[in-house]
Write a protein that binds this ligand. Structure first.
Ligand SMILES: CC(C)(COP(=O)(O)OP(=O)(O)OC[C@H]1O[C@@H](n2cnc3c(N)ncnc32)[C@H](O)[C@@H]1OP(=O)(O)O)[C@@H](O)C(=O)NCCC(=O)NCCS
Length: 394
């Protein structure tokens, strides 16, 4: 029997909670405070078999930073298929229309955290980065000294705009970082500072230069932990000041958990001796609207050239066919036409877009074909940037 696909409404809330709970665990009823479906900034699609909800997928209104610019995107979450219907192709039936709708609302790229990469890879997403928590002995930071020009103090409500601006400045230098803006992130300034045990700001002569959010866990014995989701600094002295504040916990919280970007300057500035990986959550990327994705991002300044691509994409067929990628003065365009000399699978296009790999590696994986050393060199140079990092799980 053909399934009915339609957006979820408030009337589907209980059924969608049950489907998610069966897949991912959780209490029988939606806990108070958990947002019902659909919430502002979320677009949930359901697959129904004779009126019974058997599959869900949610498009979250996101932006991600690429090349210093915000690219409108879709965070895919809440993907769950009823056990009896798994392996029957419902994932494709859901994600094709989900991406078409996301494109209609202006999303150019899509990111997701997979529980298994296999089905998403088949549909054009590719592994591009890892959300990593790092664990280290707090005492490893004992050598950090607070710089004279920066005072670390508890954040006040009046600091919230400066804290948000610090995050924006810091995130837009990365590749793939979430822009924490839009309907999903609209909240009262008073609420921003309540989600953690503490928010500490690094206050310099001209204002806030960084901040750390932190949570205390365990006792004050060997198991005491200080977890730091955001360690954000726009100057070296702010980073040093915050690290020195974290070091003072070593007598009562001997373990420090840091959510660091792969290109975090803390790796260069601090002695992170003894650091180990606490957890890793891989994430995947795909282009939803390839010309829009190319136009929206920043490209390597100083690279000037073009390449003829043959794009393959059966989930988002509007992307498929010969296209010419042209880059000049930090801007890119993708226009239909050209010889299609370099054939690129959708996952390969995503991995290139994120600067997560090179054409040579993709060729060895069978995901890119054609071209020559010049086209490889052009693509590598045009997409060079910081390693991809996405620190917000969804
Ligand atoms: C993962 C899930 C969403 C896939 O949906 P689905 O409708 O079963 O997927 P499809 O039928 O389209 O399968 C696509 C392919 O991926 C494979 N696949 C599906 N789930 C897989 C898994 N967990 N591990 C490895 N491969 C898997 C299928 O075997 C199929 O390959 P085939 O065509 O060679 O048989 C679904 O199995 C599910 O709900 N699992 C539990 C919840 C979950 O993990 N959600 C994902 C959150 S990111």
């Amino acid at each position: 029997m053909a399934l009915e696909l339609r957006p979820l409404t408030e009337a589907d809330d209980a059924a969608s909670w049950q489907l998610g709970r069966v897949a991912f665990g959780g209490p029988p009823e939606r806990p108070a405070g958990r947002r019902p479906t659909p919430a502002p900034g979320e677009h949930a699609l359901g697959a129904f078999d004779g009126g019974r909800l058997v599959g869900t997928a949610v498009d979250l209104e996101h932006t991600y930073y690429y090349g210093g610019r915000a690219v409108a995107g879709s965070g895919v979450a809440g993907v769950a298929i009823a056990p009896e219907f798994r392996g029957g192709g419902i994932l494709r039936d859901l994600l094709g229309p989900l991406m078409a709708r996301a494109r209609d609302r202006g999303a150019a790229i899509s990111a997701l955290f997979p529980t298994t990469a296999v089905p998403y890879r088949r549909l054009g997403w590719e592994l591009t980065g890892v959300l990593r928590w790092t664990s280290l002995p707090t005492a490893a930071l004992a050598g950090e000294r607070r710089p004279a020009q920066v005072r670390v103090r508890p954040a006040e409500q009046t600091d919230v705009p400066a804290v948000l601006e610090c995050y924006r400045t810091w995130a837009e230098e990365g590749t793939g970082m979430l822009g924490r803006v839009g309907a999903l992130f609209d909240r009262e300034p008073a609420d921003l500072l309540t989600g953690h045990d503490g928010y500490s700001v690094a206050d310099g002569p001209d204002g806030i230069e960084g901040y750390a959010s932190w949570d205390r866990d365990g006792g004050y014995d060997a198991g005491g932990v200080l977890a730091v989701p955001d360690l954000v600094a726009t100057t070296p002295r702010a980073l040093t000041a915050l690290l020195a504040m974290l070091a003072t916990w070593r007598s009562v919280a001997p373990i420090l958990h840091l959510r660091l970007r792969p290109d975090d300057p803390a790796w260069l500035l601090a002695g992170l001796a003894g650091a180990t990986t606490l957890s890793e959550q891989p994430w995947m990327l795909r282009l939803i609207d390839a010309p829009a994705a190319v136009a929206a991002r920043g490209w390597s300044a100083g690279v000037d050239g073009n390449v003829d691509l043959e794009l393959v994409d059966d989930l988002c067929p509007w992307n498929a066919g010969p296209h010419q990628l042209a880059v000049k003065a930090g801007a890119g365009t993708l226009s239909p036409g050209g010889s299609g000399s370099v054939r690129v699978e959708p996952g390969a296009l995503a991995a290139l877009y994120a600067g997560a790999t090179t054409p040579a590696v993709l060729r060895r994986a069978g995901l890119l074909a054609g071209g020559d050393p010049d086209t490889d060199a052009f693509l590598t140079a045009a997409l060079a940037g910081p390693p991809p990092g996405l620190l917000d799980y969804f």
